[in-house]
Design a protein around this ligand. Structure first.
Ligand SMILES: Cc1cc2nc3c(=O)[nH]c(=O)nc-3n(C[C@H](O)[C@H](O)[C@H](O)COP(=O)(O)OP(=O)(O)OC[C@H]3O[C@@H](n4cnc5c(N)ncnc54)[C@H](O)[C@@H]3O)c2cc1C
Length: 325
């Protein structure tokens, strides 16, 4: 086991898991959880097999904390590949977790951009809405996409500060509510050119995106692992085998196969959490019980980070009747 994976396992067991239910109820992930992840070097884990393993381990312990932390890694990758001046200023602070990032991808969704970027002297201004941004109040910057009138995507690191041109509306969620997820409204929000991490034609986005769908799948794998450790051995065993199979499927999948692999992992999380509730009995539905929290979290994983192909596949899986019924 690598040092980072071992550190993640230790934090998962000793820090995150024991208070996951309390964090869920509290409404906000403790900053000390994120500090501990940073101290362990886990803000520098920016992709690859190691990252997937760490996401799964942490998600099995506290999905909400992991969900806030996972938003950071795209910024590290973007800054790593970005202009030298951005790299010099931001790479070390982001990799160490001294500076923490959220992400606002709204502008790269299909159709007209919900966040528009307009060039102005010294940079550009943003207008529009990013409906989902996780980690507000816990991060220093938001890696935000805008699209200009030539359909060029502009990604930039914005200070995570509300003001006259950046308004924030908190969202109340049925699961991972402590993730501090908000809607952001931009009204002529100025972003200096030196904060730009990349620009490219929007036509390139689908291909870039398709190659990156693997990592959120580990949130679902972690959710399954969280159920497995609470199930009686006879009920857990088949889920352990299926968890390994789904992890292998995600690891082997190329861009074309990733949507099906993501859907399969999400469906497994839902089924494992459903099984946990049934096994727990009526007590599992008392507010604050592990079973009800894990079921709510599994529901969240059916919709978070979705794409049309994931959704279509998942709808097939969750809506089909049992064989022989
Ligand atoms: C609790 C919660 C927290 C979230 N936090 C964040 C966050 O911090 N930052 C963030 O950017 N998003 C965040 N999202 C949004 C998430 O990434 C997806 O956009 C969303 O889960 C897809 O929801 P939807 O199917 O209703 O489609 P919508 O969000 O309505 O999107 C419309 C269409 O665009 C597709 N789409 C969505 N995102 C992309 C993309 N990046 N590239 C290409 N196509 C896309 C969707 O599949 C859908 O077909 C969050 C969502 C939830 C539920």
């Amino acid at each position: 086991m690598s040092d980072l994976v071992a550190a993640a396992q230790r934090l998962a067991d000793e820090l995150l898991a024991p208070v996951a239910a309390a964090v869920d109820e509290s409404g906000v992930v403790p900053r000390s959880h994120l500090d501990a992840l940073a101290e362990a070097g886990l803000y520098a884990v920016a992709g690859g097999e190691l990252a997937h393993r760490t996401v799964e381990i942490l998600a099995a312990a506290c999905l909400t904390t992991t969900f806030v932390w996972i938003q950071h890694h795209g910024s590290v990758r973007a800054v790593q590949a970005g202009p030298p001046a951005v790299r010099d200023e931001w790479l070390e602070p982001l990799r160490s977790g001294r500076r923490r990032a959220a992400v606002a991808q709204a502008a790269v969704r299909p159709g007209p951009p919900s966040v528009r970027a307009t060039p102005v002297p010294g940079g550009f201004v943003l207008d529009g809405e990013a409906p989902w941004v996780t980690g507000w109040g816990l991060v220093d910057v938001v890696h935000t996409a805008g699209r200009d009138r030539d359909d060029t995507v502009i990604w930039a690191l914005l200070d995570a500060e509300a003001g006259p041109t950046l308004a924030v509306e908190p969202l109340r969620l049925a699961a991972v509510n402590a993730s501090q997820t908000v809607l952001i409204r931009f009204a002529g929000h100025f972003v200096p050119a030196e904060r730009v991490t990349s620009t490219f034609p929007f036509a390139e986005w689908p291909q870039r995106d398709a190659a990156r769908l693997r990592s959120n799948g580990s949130l679902a794998l972690g959710a399954v692992a969280g159920c497995v450790r609470r199930l009686p051995a006879d009920l857990a065993a088949p889920f352990v085998a299926e968890l390994d199979a789904r992890r292998g499927q995600l690891d082997r999948a190329g861009p074309a196969e990733l949507p099906a692999a993501r859907a399969a992992a999400a469906e497994l999380a839902l089924r494992a959490a459903g099984t946990l509730v049934v096994a727990a009995g009526a007590g599992g539905i008392l507010a604050g019980a592990d079973a009800e929290r894990l079921l709510r979290e599994a529901a969240f994983l059916q919709v978070f980070g979705s794409r049309p192909a994931i959704r279509a596949d998942l709808l097939q899986r969750v809506s089909r009747a049992a064989p022989g019924s």
